[in-house]
Each structure stands twice: as structure tokens, then as C-alpha cells.
Design a protein around this ligand. Sequence first.
Ligand SMILES: NC(=O)c1ccc[n+]([C@@H]2O[C@H](COP(=O)([O-])OP(=O)(O)OC[C@H]3O[C@@H](n4cnc5c(N)ncnc54)[C@H](O)[C@@H]3O)[C@@H](O)[C@H]2O)c1
Ligand SMILES: O=P(O)(O)OC[C@H](O)CO
Length: 332
Amino acid sequence: MVKAAVMGAGSFGTAYAKVLRDAGTEVTLWARRADVADAVAQRRVNPDYLPGVRLPEGLRATHDHAEALDGADVVVLAVPSQSLRGNLAAWSGDLPPSATLLSLAKGVEVGTLMRMSQVTAEVTGAESDRIAVLSGPNLAKEIAAEQPTATVIACPDSVRAVAVQRACATGYFRPYTNTDVTGCEVGGACKNVIALCSGMAAGIGLGENTSAAIITRGLAEMTRLGVALGARPETLAGLAGVGDLVATCVSPLSRNRSFGERLGRGETLEQAQQATHGQVAEGVKSCSSILELARSYGVEMPLTEAVHSVCHGRIPVSQALVQLLGRRIKPE
Ligand SMILES: NC(=O)c1ccc[n+]([C@@H]2O[C@H](COP(=O)([O-])OP(=O)(O)OC[C@H]3O[C@@H](n4cnc5c(N)ncnc54)[C@H](O)[C@@H]3O)[C@@H](O)[C@H]2O)c1
Ligand SMILES: O=P(O)(O)OC[C@H](O)CO
């Protein structure tokens, strides 16, 4: 039986641990907080992150990272992107040397401008064929409710991708494989920023024409960046690109969209942050790193630029809108 360590017991780490366990994989979930590990191990619940969800029998949980990692074939990295480097450094002495390292995080590191697979390679020294990413339209609460969900598992080594695919395929969770790690990571990181934008538009009262324009032009700008970084455009047209973009831009369950909506309604960044109750809206930080990355490749990302101006330049959403619509008109 495949053995997995899921490192991070937030919403998605917990939901994906359930998927793996439901698929027949042996799973240990590592929680940063001892009380969360105890709740999962003893009562089969994670009330802070997935309230109301009954977790499967046989799902182990611990607060001790070495215990979770011991003998794992797959190590699932389920912490927020800006904390991945620090967490990996703390775990690196205990990572099994031939395990597949599977990142669930959707972001670009501030400062280094690295994608999560690059951070993982740098910190652990693992070869790129051992590093995989999972990305797609995967709202944790819907997965935990066992609603039909598809995703993409990307790894340069297709044998490893298929092994992870088999370890998490269930009646409600359908993983596809891909070798385009860059495309999946660019899609996952950029869609959070576009979802912030979509939420901002909804928050100031705009309707579906605007929403559709943001999603479509958001796809165009994330595809431009992906291609510049070596991704395949087909990946951005798939589940990890347009699929995730649509789910995140339209769902009230998305933390990024909800965060943007609060800003659109006139709340400050601090007020919106407080309302997340400690959960991550990854796009707030990644809009800076993505924008810097895009500029370094000469790629235009006007929606990302607008989100960055609102979040970090502190301009009102209405002013960002005027700036966007004042851009030079051009062919599609
Ligand atoms: N929630 C979803 O629906 C979903 C779906 C797909 C991908 N993701 C991605 O998965 C990653 C994790 O998201 P999540 O929803 O599980 O996040 P979350 O905010 O619900 O939980 C984060 C978890 O990481 C732990 N953690 C460890 N070190 C941390 C640190 N230094 N700072 C903050 N938290 C730390 C927290 O204790 C917590 O258990 C993100 O990159 C997110 O974009 C989330
Ligand atoms: O809640 P969000 O905005 O972090 O989005 C969750 C997932 O990434 C959707 O696929």
C-alpha cells in the first residue's frame, strides 16, 4: 500500500488527506498545532478548518513532523506558499530520500520569485523528476463533501505522476496527469490574483459582463506569463488554468474572491485580512511576486497590476477600474 504524509492540516491538506485515505492510501496528517492533530486523531474532525466534516477511519494525525514523514512514498506539501521554504527547511532532515514531493500550494515566493517546485528543489536538493504539483478547480469544502471534482497532477516523471494519480483516485475525485509543472503552477498562482479582481468587481456592484471580461482577459494574461516561462498554452486552457480560474472567480467559497469582494465594498486590507480568520488568500502576496516576475520577462499583466495597486498601493477599486479602462484600445 502507498504511504503518504500530508504536511499541513488546513482546509486543503485535510480535504486531500481524506481523498487519499478514501482512495485506500495509508495517510498521516501533520498538523502545526497539537490540538488540531488531537482532534483529527481522536475525534475524526478538524473543526477549525473543515467544520462539520467527518474524517475517515484510519486517517492518522500527529504534531510530530518526523513521525508523519517516516517511510512516506509521497510527501504532500500543504502549507501556504510563503511559508513553504521555512517549513521545508525544518523538515528536510527527515524527508525520505526517494519520496515524491507533491506541492498543493498556489503561489509565487515573494523576493525570490520562485514557483513552489523551484523552492522545493532548492531547499531539499531533490531532482526535478521527484517533484510534482497538484492543481485544478479544487475548493476544499466541495471535495470534503465528496462532490465530483477533477484535478491535474503534474510531474516531469510520468511514472511518479501515475503513482500519485492512483493513490488519490476515488469515486468523487478524478486526477489527470500532465508533465507541464510550470503551466500548472502558473495557472494556480495567477488565478488567485484574478479571483481577487473578480471579487473586487462584484464588491463594487458590477455584473456578469464585467465578470466574464475579467475571467477571459485574466486567462489571456496568465497564458502570456506561462508561455514566457516555458509552459504549454494547452495546460492553461485545461483544468489547472481556465478550470481553476472559473471556479475561484465565481465561487463564494473562494477566500481570494471573498477577500476581493470585501475590498470592493470599501473595507481596508486589514479588515479583509481579519475576516479570513487566519486562512490564506494567497493572491494578496502573490500579486507582488507575479507582477515582478512578469515585468522581468516583459509580459503585460494589467489585471494583476490593478489588483497590486489596490492591495499594496492602497488605491480604491473604483480608481483601479478607471485606470484599467483608460488603457490604450487594441486588437484582442
Ligand atoms: N483551501 C482550498 O480550497 C485550496 C484548494 C487548492 C489549493 N489550495 C492551496 O493549498 C495551500 C494551503 O491552503 P489551505 O487552504 O490548506 O490553507 P489554510 O489557511 O486553510 O491552512 C494552512 C495550513 O498550513 C499550516 N501552516 C504551517 N506553517 C504555516 C505558516 N508559517 N503560516 C501559516 N500557516 C502555516 C497552518 O497551520 C494550516 O494548517 C495554499 O497554497 C492554497 O492556495 C487551497
Ligand atoms: O479559497 P481560494 O481562493 O484559496 O481557492 C481555493 C482553490 O485554490 C480553488 O481551486
